[in-house]
Design a protein. Structure first.
Length: 411
């Protein structure tokens, strides 16, 4: 697919980045969000959430004593995970549910995957992401209340729309039709600011309207949800298994099968990925026009996913969670800032298109002129953290679950 066609194709991808929430991107005051390291109120909230979950579902809540013991080769980051199926192409994680209340008093089921406070993350058994503190006090946040361990959300998600993704012709991307299977209202954000000031990454996965498109099963009695995992590359290694919860733009939300949630586009700040910058986001590199045929073992990209019934696009990520590192320099974030790349006409003509396996690999390809920023990305400086690629202005919430050293192939 030549770049002249890519320019037109990507216009639809970036359209959601111009939503009101995204346009009101993070003010500088995000850097002044309260630090909650060791915040007693945050730990009390975590204890209340765990106790309520145990009471609601009749099973022990997470603790180091109740945690599942995964093997070292499994390399599971999310310590509250109840099970992980590592079958390639059909990988799933089973996570504990929490009961909450929506804005009209309706019951909801949600998961927690990250916390901005180290001790709170340990208490809940979730990933530690201090960068999330920068979401507080910005247009991308959702402030909630909690009573007796029950969170009351300001926003909600409608899971009733019928998901639809029809490949374009003659090239699959952009899709001929793309309808998200779940749409958040204007108040919903997964960047949840608790009364203590701690920021938790929460996602409603079920309510009266249905359940998340990536939820294979939701057991309201036992309080568990089985969610599909997506593959990716990090550090030259495959099997970077992650969830997709919600996305700030509609077409990528359809491709990734996440909730279309425009409000998270107001989380700061695009193109800033290092821990010294006041950003909750971390740059990563989706590919548009990789090899389409999975039989080659080199398939990758949005077009590939669309052409093959929604298989994983196999995006390129920069780092793993570092849950034993309490420092505010810990750079992991689940809020991925899309730096979308394309293979150039030069690379296509020379038959050099292949899988990109790391941010370092991307840098070499950019330097050689084989890969470039998707032409539709707004003008501005490139992000040195992502090989000088410019950000698209789209946030994809992808909590990282595991990066196993080996997987089981389906027979």
């Amino acid at each position: 697919m030549k770049q002249t066609a890519i320019v037109m194709a990507l216009a639809v991808l970036a359209a959601g980045a111009n939503s009101p929430a995204a346009a009101s991107e993070a003010p500088a005051n995000a850097a002044n969000a309260p630090l909650v390291q060791g915040n007693r109120a945050a730990l009390a909230e975590a204890d209340a959430l765990l106790a309520r979950s145990a009471r609601d579902y009749g099973r022990p809540s997470y603790s180091p004593a109740t945690a599942v013991r995964f093997s070292e080769d499994d390399n599971v980051f999310m310590r509250n995970a109840l099970a992980v199926d590592f079958t390639y192409g059909a990988a799933t994680v089973t996570l504990p549910l929490f009961k909450g209340v929506g804005p009209r008093g309706e019951a909801v089921h949600y998961i927690i995957t990250e916390a901005s406070d180290f001790e709170t993350a340990n208490r809940l058994g979730v990933n530690y992401s201090p960068k999330l503190r920068h979401a507080a006090g910005t247009p991308g946040e959702q402030r909630v209340t909690i009573q007796d361990g029950v969170v009351r959300f300001r926003g909600s998600v409608d899971f009733s729309p019928t998901y639809e993704l029809v490949p374009g012709t003659p090239y699959p991307f952009p899709p001929a039709r793309a309808v998200p299977g779940a749409v958040a209202d204007a108040e919903w954000s997964s960047m949840v600011v608790m009364p203590s000031g701690v920021v938790l990454n929460m996602q409603i996965v079920g309510n009266a309207t249905g359940r998340h498109d990536r939820a294979n099963a939701l057991d309201e009695r036992r309080g568990t949800v089985v969610l599909q995992l997506l593959d990716g590359f990090q550090g030259g290694e495959q099997y970077y298994y992650h969830l997709v919860t919600d996305v700030s733009a509609d077409v990528p939300a359809v491709i990734e099968q996440g909730v279309f949630a425009p409000r998270i586009g107001g989380v700061p700040s695009f193109g800033q990925s290092t821990p010294d910058q006041p950003s909750a986001l971390l740059g990563f590199a989706p590919v548009v026009n990789g090899i389409l045929d999975p039989a080659t073992g080199q398939n990758q990209g949005f077009a590939t996913s669309i052409a093959n019934g929604g298989i994983d696009p196999i995006n390129v990520f920069p780092l793993d969670p570092d849950n034993d590192n309490p420092s505010l320099d810990n750079n992991y974030s689940p809020m991925w800032d899309a730096h979308v790349v394309v293979w150039t006409d030069q690379a296509i003509a020379a038959n050099r298109v292949r899988r990109i396996t790391s941010i370092e690999d991307l840098g070499r390809l950019v330097a050689a002129g084989d890969v470039a920023t998707a032409p539709v990305a707004p003008e501005g400086p490139g992000n040195p953290f992502v090989a000088g690629i410019r950000p698209l202005g789209v946030v994809i919430n992808c909590p990282t679950i595991a990066q196993p050293r080996r997987v089981r192939r389906a027979s």
